[in-house]
Design a binder for this molecule. Structure first.
Ligand SMILES: Nc1nc2c(ncn2[C@@H]2O[C@H](COP(=O)(O)OP(=O)(O)OP(=O)(O)O)[C@@H](O)[C@H]2O)c(=O)[nH]1
Ligand SMILES: [Mg+2]
Ligand SMILES: [Zn+2]
Length: 410
């Protein structure tokens, strides 16, 4: 991260004055655009109405006297516990990655839902006010600012907070693609974890690609454990058959090998000019994948890679990274991915293989478990819906059941 020194002269200069004028226009403009988008994405989460009213009135009350104030528009690029980093954005939304500020949030302007774990997240578009005083001794030699307004999010990717189940943990916002990353081995693939990502992506209407990394280890295991290989490939084909894009990769392969790899080429196309979130268990190779796309900032990768590798949480914070064509959001490895309470109709709609049959059950609110006339259960018995997908479904629907608890541990 480049360090930029700031002084009082800069703050009062025309540079900031101009920037503020731009921000005023941009915020109003993007709010208008946003409203149109919000109508389309009905289930996306957005800041609470109260927060929106306050921030809207804040923007409306900007008068000529405020023009001296050093406001600027920015993208949240890194979030830590006590502070975050933002990069300023131009009127056209271009992010200036070398113009970095350390920020805290002005909570009175960012009243979020009580159930939110974090006020802002990586990917958020925010209005900031440059501060002349040290906010808190952060130890960073960076200009400091306060986030005073959170622009409405086009979407956000969330899970249940693993520390407090009544809270929501927003991983990132304003995303075009979800890339769920898993390795076949080291650590061993957890299909149910993948299903949970797929459910949340379906729920939020976001395109989701499954990247299965370390295919070299899968190929090596073929001789010793042929059933693991066959089972894995059957599951890969199954996901493809129900419409998901599944790419098999080896992030540590040579660039020459990768340049001939069709799956790698497909991933490149998916990421092109988009904002893509990479998420998955620790050690699966998320940061190794980021590094294949010429990031402006190379990501730390765990140096020790052996077959028994379980992941050591090398990446410790979420960051927004510019790559040669597009943006990636690298995240710390997650231990669990739990879905907030969901009813069976909504959940069925998030399983493309279960959904068509769920509509034919005798009861509209069928739990697809022991209800009479359940078409889903019939399809499982007939082998049309695989047992493992069905069990995965039940584990999300009934998180406190034995199945559900097993799913959580996975
Ligand atoms: N054999 C093999 N090893 C790989 C592959 N991709 C990554 N690795 C290794 O797996 C280990 C973990 O990779 P990382 O990129 O740090 O994994 P991560 O998902 O970012 O992990 P966290 O930051 O802890 O969440 C490293 O030692 C990599 O070199 C691959 O395709 N094959
Ligand atoms: Mg990492
Ligand atoms: Zn049913």
């Amino acid at each position: 991260m480049k360090i930029k020194k700031i002084n009082k002269k800069d703050i009062d200069s025309h540079e900031y004055l101009d920037k503020f004028k731009k921000v005023e226009k941009f915020s109003l403009l993007s709010n208008k655009k946003q409203n149109r988008k919000d109508k389309k994405i009905s289930r996306s989460s957005s800041p609470s109405d109260k927060s929106q009213e306050e921030t809207d009135s804040f923007i409306k009350t900007i008068g000529p006297e405020d023009i001296v104030n050093p406001y600027f528009y920015a993208k949240v690029v890194e979030v830590h516990k006590q502070y975050a980093f933002v990069s300023s954005q131009d009127l056209d939304g271009r992010i200036n990655f070398n113009d970095i500020y350390i920020v805290t949030t002005a909570k009175k302007n960012l009243i979020s839902q009580k159930s939110d774990r974090n006020f802002i997240c990586v990917g958020d578009n925010v209005l900031c006010r440059l501060e002349t005083t040290n906010l808190k001794a952060s130890g960073y030699d960076l200009p400091q600012a306060t986030v005073v307004h959170l622009n409405p999010r086009t979407n956000s990717f969330t899970r249940q907070d693993p520390f407090l189940s009544s809270r929501i943990h927003t991983l990132a916002s304003n995303i075009d693609n979800i890339i769920v990353v898993s390795s076949f081995l080291a650590p061993t693939i957890r299909w149910r974890l993948i299903d949970r990502y797929l459910v949340m992506a379906e729920y939020n209407g976001m395109p989701c690609t499954i990247v299965l990394n370390k295919k070299d280890l899968l190929n090596e295991s073929k001789k010793e454990d042929p059933s693991f290989y066959t089972d894995s490939m059957e599951k890969v084909e199954y996901y493809r058959s129900i419409g998901y894009r599944v790419l098999l990769l080896e992030a540590t392969a040579s660039s020459r090998k990768l340049s001939h790899d069709d799956d790698f080429r497909q991933l490149k196309d998916i990421l092109k000019d988009k904002i893509s979130l990479l998420s998955g268990h620790s050690g699966v190779g998320k940061s190794s994948l980021v590094n294949l796309f010429h990031p402006e900032l190379l990501q730390a990768v765990e140096p020790n890679n052996d077959i028994f590798y379980k992941g050591r949480h090398t990446t410790t914070f979420t960051s927004f990274i510019k790559i040669d064509q597009g943006y990636l959001i690298d995240t710390p490895g997650i231990r669990s991915f739990n879905i907030p309470t969901i009813d069976s109709i909504t959940l069925s709609a998030c399983f493309p293989d279960i959904h068509p049959y769920s509509l034919k059950c005798s009861y509209r609110e069928c739990g697809h478990d022991s209800e009479p006339g359940c078409m889903v259960k019939k399809m499982v018995q007939e082998g049309i819906i695989p047992q493992w997908r069905y069990q995965s479904f039940l584990s999300i629907l009934n998180p406190s059941s034995r199945e559900g608890r097993a799913g959580l541990k996975e």
